[in-house]
Structure formats: C-alpha cells, structure tokens
Design a protein around this ligand. Structure first.
Ligand code: SF4
Ligand code: SF4
Length: 327
C-alpha cells in the first residue's frame, strides 16, 4: 500500500486560534487522519524537531503554517518546513499579512523591551535585565531565540504556495484547502484559497445600503445600538468590508459587529489600509477642511484600525529607531 501523504501543521508567532480552527473540523479531522499522515502538530501531537529534520527534502506533501515571524526560532522552523515540503500553505491573517501582532511594527524593539521588562506597572526589575540570546548558568550555556526588530509575514521569509487568511480562517475553508491538495485540484501557485470578492459583495446588510451614503459623524460600535440588518457604514460605524476579502462566513456581522479586516484586501488590491481610506473619504460629507477634521477626529487609532491585520505586508514600512531616523 502506498504511503499516505504527509502533512505538517506548525505555529510560528501565533496565538493557537488557527489551530483551534483546525480542531473545529470535528469529525472531518478524524476522516482526514485516515487519509494523511500527520508528521507534526505541536498543539495536538508529540513530535520533535529531529523527526522533521530526519525526513527527506520535499517528503511532506503539505505544511500548514500559522503565525507571523518574529524571532530566529520562527525563521528556522519556517525554513526547515519549506525545505521538507512540496507545498506550504500560509494559514491565517498572521502568516498571510502579519496579523494583529504586526501592529508591533509601529514600535521599535527597544520600546517593546522597555515596556515589557521595565516600565509596565507590574514589573519589578531593579537590575534592568533584558532577555539574552545566551546566558551562562553553572558553566552551561542557555539559549533563547533572537527577538527581531520587525514582524514579518511568512512570505517575507520563505516561499509560500497558497494563502488562506482569516483570524482565524473558518474550518470549511481549511477543509477545502486540504482537500484540494489531496485531490490535486489546485489553483495556480500563489493563489488565495478564498472567494475572489470583497465582503461588501456578499454581505447580507448590503441590501439595506442607501444608494447614496454620506457620513457626517463617526461612531464607535459600543456607543450606539446598531441596527442588526443595516450597513454599518451607513450608520457611521467603521466597517472594513469594502477593503476586505469575503469568505469568513460573516461571523462578526452575525453578532452585530462590523468587519475588522482579518481576511485582508480583496483580489487586485495591494493594501487594505489605503483602499479603505479611499473608500471612507469618498463617503464623508463635508465641504471644508475643518469639517472633515471634525468628522475624522472621532476615528480612534486610525493606523491601528485600518492596518489591524496587515501592517507587515503594507507599504507603510516600520517605525525606525530614533538614531536611524536622525541619520
Ligand atoms: S490569524 Fe488570528 S487566530 Fe490565527 S494565529 Fe494569528 S491571531 Fe491567532
Ligand atoms: S460596509 Fe460592512 S456592513 Fe456595509 S455592506 Fe460592507 S461589509 Fe456589509
């Protein structure tokens, strides 16, 4: 009998939500386990680095990697799995675009370390010690991965064959993606395995969108009782639907929450942030600059909102340490 195709599942800088989504396949997961040989899945099974190292190059049919790349350990594991795999799937917003962790690119590594190890109210660190990549204890060397100055998307580190966004991606799209690999029914390399439309195109609230929308006031979702059927934007509530790919199953909408953009930009759009800004500004009803400022001042943390899941993949770049800024 031919060997079953090998599948690896691994988390890099991830929260395990993407793994949870795989677990949410429920019985389908048991059927899957009958037809594939899972060779790595830290959240569920006990395999070691050496098991993967011992495999031949390209021996794994599919590696499913979630999470962004923030340290040398993530980079090493991504590189090893790329070498051992025929196909790599970037699973979830973090792997595809950097995800929420990517907002850390608005801070420098020094600022993050200062807050976490010195300044946060619950920290007691009188000797101002920071984590080191090497420490000697009783003559032995202890090591930690190197924390990078930047959060990277997976494809900024290794070649990625397919993308499946979402935070986390819905189980049905994960099942479809694995099934496509098993049957060989795959779109061109580089494709995103999700519908090729914007969320607004499939949103049930679109029907109640007025033909001409004019925003005169920005409201936050907790400040109003949003109509459960109306378009959020028509009510002045920021909804990332116009700049986001559909495929999520509208889980946020169903709980009366606007889209935050975890599926990333729709096909053909380079950045969700600029696309959204352009959509939003075209809806703001104001004649004078001061009126525009008056309306947009109520957008709290615009960069954090418009780039919530996509900062590392955006053209924004990152905050430079002070010294480099001055050079
Ligand atoms: S995409 Fe969302 S669920 Fe998946 S690892 Fe990142 S933060 Fe967690
Ligand atoms: S802006 Fe949001 S609520 Fe309105 S149609 Fe688009 S996705 Fe739906």
């Amino acid at each position: 009998m031919a060997d079953k195709p090998k599948v690896a599942v691994y988390w890099l800088g991830a929260c395990a939500g993407c793994d949870e989504s795989i677990v949410d396949l429920n019985e389908t997961l048991l059927q899957l386990a009958q037809v594939v040989d899972i060779v790595l899945w830290p959240v569920a099974m006990d395999f070691k680095y050496a098991h993967i190292e011992a495999l031949k190059d390209g021996e794994i049919s599919l590696s499913i990697l979630s999470g962004s790349v923030r340290n040398s350990d993530h980079e090493e594991m991504a590189g090893l799995l790329r070498k051992k795999s025929k196909l790599v799937l970037a699973l979830g917003a973090c792997a595809c675009f950097g995800g929420t962790a990517g907002l850390a690119n608005f801070k420098t590594k020094e600022e993050i370390f200062s807050w976490v190890y010195l300044d946060a109210p619950t920290v007691v660190n009188p000797e101002a010690r920071f984590p080191q990549t090497e420490t000697r204890v009783d003559g032995k060397v202890l090591t930690l991965p190197e924390f990078y100055d930047h959060v990277y998307t997976l494809d900024q580190i290794i070649e990625v064959d397919y993308y499946l966004p979402g935070c986390p991606p819905p189980p049905d799209l994960i099942a479809n993606a694995v099934n496509s690999v098993l049957t060989g029914d795959l779109p061109p390399i580089g494709s995103t395995l999700a519908p090729r439309m914007a969320l607004c195109d499939t949103c049930s609230r679109n029907k109640k969108k007025p033909s001409k929308m004019e925003i005169t006031q920005i409201k936050r979702i907790h400040e109003v009782e949003a109509d459960p059927d109306s378009c959020f934007l028509a009510e002045g509530i920021i909804c990332m639907g116009p700049a986001t790919r559909t495929g999520c199953g509208e889980t946020c909408m169903k709980t009366n929450l606007p889209c935050r953009g975890c599926f990333g930009p729709p096909p053909g759009v380079v950045g969700a942030g600029p696309k959204y800004l352009s959509a939003l500004t075209s809806l703001i009803k104001a004649e004078k600059t001061e009126e525009i400022h008056e309306i947009i001042k109520d957008i709290v943390d615009p960069a954090g909102y418009f780039y919530r899941f996509t900062q590392p993949s955006s053209i924004l770049g990152r905050k430079k340490p002070k010294k480099q800024m001055e050079e």
